[in-house]
Each structure stands twice: as structure tokens, then as C-alpha cells.
Design a protein around this ligand. Structure first.
Ligand SMILES: Cc1cc2nc3c(=O)[nH]c(=O)nc-3n(C[C@H](O)[C@H](O)[C@H](O)COP(=O)(O)O)c2cc1C
Length: 221
């Protein structure tokens, strides 16, 4: 096999043939949240690393996209919930343009799930309940970080702020919810379940809302 000058495989030759599983429409649930649960539970059982890590794509009002990983903290028929700083880049983009796309990638299972939808802020009460269920160090972290802002110096400024907040909240187990921190819920308009297959002829099952129910179709790979 040809190698590059560092002895590594050439990028254009990196290639896996996917043979782990198959996905037929008749094997899928009629409700996509139930299908998500089937696959999420399988990802948990397969012990894939960080199974609830998902790529979140947002966009500015004039359509400039950005994407990053966040952690899914809850899902049900109401939507998919994650938590963040509302002043961050993603937070600001979602407040102005409340639409998002999510992608889960579980390579051990040769699976991808894509979700697109509209976005709502969680209520203060729901955000507070989750915030106060986090370890105290994470609660402090949310108070410390002005997420996505420019840091004026090195880490020392951040660590000084952390120290000051630890002092301020000494003896307090549950910190109050910071004003700029909380959850967003992505309410899906469509889902796609992708199962890798051999020769790049993958299985893709696409769900779209049809009134109160969901329709599902197979897409070309
Ligand atoms: C595995 C993983 C999990 C993450 N989980 C979160 C999360 O739940 N919430 C969050 O705000 N950022 C999370 N991040 C950090 C984001 O990817 C990102 O760096 C940060 O939120 C700033 O993004 P923004 O400037 O686009 O708003 C996570 C990153 C990784 C790699």
C-alpha cells in the first residue's frame, strides 16, 4: 500500500466497506422518535464513545452556516434538548434564526442520523432543574465562561474568575441559573436514518411530517 512521506496511508486511499447491518422501510418504526430510540439504545449497548454527542448546525439570518458538537440531554416527542450559553455564537444565531440541523455519527455501527427542525428556548424552570442536577464544578463552569467571547489574556483570567466564583458560592450546593445559560429544543420537521452498505449503496430512510403523522420513504444513497 502506498504511503505518504510520514509513512501514513494516503488520504485518498482511506476507505471502509460498510457491512455491519441493513435498513429496510418495513424494519423501521412508523414514528421516527421510536426509531431514534431503537438506534440510540443500540448505540448505548454498543458502547460507542459519547453516544449523545451530536453536530449542531445553525446559520445567521443571511444564511452563513456554522457547526459544532453539543450533547443531547433529553429527547421525546416534543423534541431534542441540549444546553448552552445563550450569548455564544450558536445561541445568538438560534435566537435570531431559530432553525437547526443535528447529526449523530456512530461509526462503530456504520450509522448516521440527521434531523432538521425549528428551535425553541426551554423555559427558565426546565433549564434550572437541569442546571441544578449538574455537578457543582459544571455549575461554576457555566457561571465562569462567557462562551465564544474573545479572551483578553491566557487561561489565567478564566481561572481567576473560577476561583472568585468558588469563593462566592462556598457552602452553596445548588447555584442559581445564570441569566445567559439554558436549553434549546429542536423540534424535528424531518429525520434521516442512514445505514452504511457495501459498494457505497447505503440505505437511507427519510421521514417527513404529513399533518399529524409521519411519512417515510427510501432515498438513493
Ligand atoms: C464532545 C463535545 C461535547 C460538547 N458539548 C457541548 C454542550 O453540550 N454545550 C455547549 O455549549 N458546548 C458543547 N461543546 C463545545 C462546542 O462544540 C463549542 O465549542 C462551544 O459550544 C462554542 O460554540 P459556538 O461558539 O459555536 O457557540 C462540546 C464539544 C464537544 C467536542
Amino acid at each position: 500500500m502506498r504511503k505518504d512521506t510520514s509513512g501514513n496511508r494516503l488520504i485518498q486511499n482511506l476507505r471502509e466497506d460498510y457491512r455491519a447491518s441493513t435498513l429496510e422501510i418495513q424494519d423501521t418504526k412508523s414514528d421516527p422518535v421510536e426509531q431514534f430510540k431503537v438506534w440510540f439504545d443500540e448505540a448505548l449497548r454498543a458502547e460507542v464513545p459519547e453516544p449523545n454527542a451530536m453536530t449542531l448546525a445553525t446559520a445567521t439570518l443571511d444564511g452563513i452556516p456554522s457547526a459544532r458538537i453539543v450533547l443531547l440531554k433529553k429527547y421525546d416527542t416534543d423534541g431534542f434538548v441540549f444546553y448552552t450559553n445563550y450569548g455564544s455564537r450558536k445561541g445568538q444565531e438560534l435566537l435570531l434564526n431559530p432553525r437547526a440541523a443535528l447529526v449523530f455519527c456512530w461509526l462503530d455501527l456504520q450509522r448516521q442520523i440527521r434531523i432538521e427542525g425549528h428551535v425553541e428556548m426551554l423555559s427558565k424552570e426546565a433549564s434550572q432543574t437541569y442546571f441544578q442536577s449538574r455537578p457543582k464544578s459544571s455549575q461554576i463552569g457555566a457561571w465562569v465562561s462567557h462562551q465564544s467571547q474573545l479572551t483578553k489574556s491566557d487561561r489565567s483570567e478564566l481561572e481567576a474568575r473560577e476561583l472568585a466564583l468558588k469563593e462566592r458560592f462556598k457552602g452553596v450546593d445548588q447555584l442559581p441559573l445564570p441569566d445567559n445559560w439554558g436549553g434549546f429544543r429542536v423540534i424535528p420537521d424531518n429525520y434521516e436514518f442512514w445505514q452504511g452498505r457495501t459498494s457505497r449503496l447505503h440505505d437511507r430512510i427519510f421521514y417527513e411530517k404529513e399533518g399529524e403523522t409521519w411519512g417515510r420513504v427510501r432515498l438513493e444513497p
